[in-house]
Design a protein around this ligand. Structure first.
Ligand code: GDP
Length: 202
């Protein structure tokens, strides 16, 4: 990992704002990297692990409990945007629509948004809801980096297969970045690679 990336992720990090509605979305003053994924994909765990914090982003016991967009400033350099998890089983149709509408409001014309880190559970692969989310990002012309989570749960052979399957699942998505990063919030695997990727964008 470059020195810049090390400095960036070792620096101070603080909660800036939480937005449950379009009006509450803060103005974009800094470059932003957003994290999106199915509820329970391991998004909070990954954000905390990336930042080496225990509980900046909440690791939820109730899938789908966090339905707002949270903004965290990393130094004076970058804002990490934690998008609400999608596709939780208990969600009603109107809630799914509320998710789409809030996320759309954020994505629309957000020129400060450098990339979306799109999280895919390594054990499950690209699910229909992931496919829907990627289609939304394709339509919004927002480039996203596919990142597998919980890779520690797979054997070496299963990992290779998971990456291949994920690549297949991304094939028709025009805005997907042509690289897949495999990560684990538990072992720390892939985190430096992801930090380096993020630092190179600002
Ligand atoms: P979120 O809903 O996407 O924010 O997911 P959480 O971060 O709350 O994680 C969901 C569940 O997966 C929790 O029980 C975590 O402990 C577990 N988990 C998250 N990341 C990993 C990982 O890298 N490896 C393993 N083995 N478990 C993980």
């Amino acid at each position: 990992m470059s020195e810049d990336a090390q400095k960036l992720f070792a620096g101070p990090c603080g909660f800036v704002a939480g937005a449950a509605s379009r009006d509450a979305i803060p103005p974009a003053d800094l470059p932003e990297i957003a994290f999106a994924g199915r509820s329970n994909v391991g998004k909070s765990s990954l954000i905390n692990a990336l930042l080496r914090r225990k509980s900046l982003a909440r690791v939820s016991q109730t899938p789908g409990a966090t339905r707002q967009i949270n903004f965290f400033a990393l130094g004076e350099k970058l804002v990490l945007v934690d998008l609400p998890g999608y596709g939780f089983a208990q969600a009603s149709k109107s809630l799914a629509q509320a998710w789409q509408s809030l996320v759309f409001s954020y994505l629309r014309g957000r020129t400060s948004l450098k990339r979306v880190v799109l999280l895919i559970d390594a054990r499950r692969g690209v699910m229909p809801v992931d496919d829907e989310a990627m289609t939304i990002l394709d339509e919004a012309a927002v480039s996203y980096l596919p990142v597998l989570t919980k890779i520690d749960k797979l054997s070496a052979a299963e990992r290779d297969l998971a990456v291949l399957r994920c690549r297949d699942g991304l094939a028709r998505h025009i805005a997907a970045y042509p690289e897949i990063v495999a990560t684990s919030a538990v072992t720390g695997e892939g985190l430096d690679s992801l930090r380096g990727h993020i630092a190179a964008l600002i």
